[in-house]
Design a protein around this ligand. Sequence first.
Ligand SMILES: Cc1cc2nc3c(=O)[nH]c(=O)nc-3n(C[C@H](O)[C@H](O)[C@H](O)COP(=O)(O)O)c2cc1C
Length: 166
Amino acid sequence: MVNTIIIYNSRGGNTKQVAEKIAEGLGVQSVNQKNIPKNIEDYDFLVLGSWPMMFKISSGGKRWLNKLSKKNLDGKTVALFFTSGGPDEDMPKTDNGQPKKIKEMMFETMENIINKSKNVTILEDRFYCKGAIRMMGKIMENEGHPNEEALEQAKTFGETLKTKFS
Ligand SMILES: Cc1cc2nc3c(=O)[nH]c(=O)nc-3n(C[C@H](O)[C@H](O)[C@H](O)COP(=O)(O)O)c2cc1C
C-alpha cells in the first residue's frame, strides 16, 4: 500500500478546493501547509500544490516547499499542481531574465525546490487550473473559477494518480 498525502497552501481557497478534489479522486486526505504531519517521512507519495503571486510562486508556497525539501524525501514520488489567475500571459521577467509562461514558471520553480532533496521522482503527471483572483475579500477576475469542469478534472487527475501510482 502506498502511503499518499496531498499538501497545499491556499489564501483564497482555490488551491484548497482543487486539493480536496484531487484527494477525493485519490481517496486520501489533503492538508494545508500548517498541518503537515510530523511523520511526513513515512509517506511514499506526495501531491503538492501552490499558487503564483506577482509572477512568482507565492512566498508562502516557496517557504513550505523549501522546508519540506530539507526533510529526507529519498525514494519518494511527487506530483505537482497549482491554480492561478492567468495561464497564457508571458511573465515579464524571471530569475534568468527570460519571459516564461505561468505553467512553465510554476512547475519549474516547484520542481527546483523539491529537487534540492536528492532521489525524488517528480512525475510528468501534473495539474493546473484557473482560479478566481481575490483582493481584499473581493473577486476581481475569473469569477466562478475553479469551475465545475476544472474540479471534475482535478478529481480525474486524482483517480489517474491512484491507478498509476498507488
Ligand atoms: C496579490 C495577488 C497576486 C497575484 N499574482 C498572480 C500572477 O502573477 N499570475 C497569476 O497567474 N495569478 C496571480 N494571482 C492569482 C492567484 O494565483 C489565483 O487567484 C490563485 O488561484 C489563488 O489561489 P488561492 O485561492 O488558493 O489562494 C494573484 C493573486 C493575488 C491575490
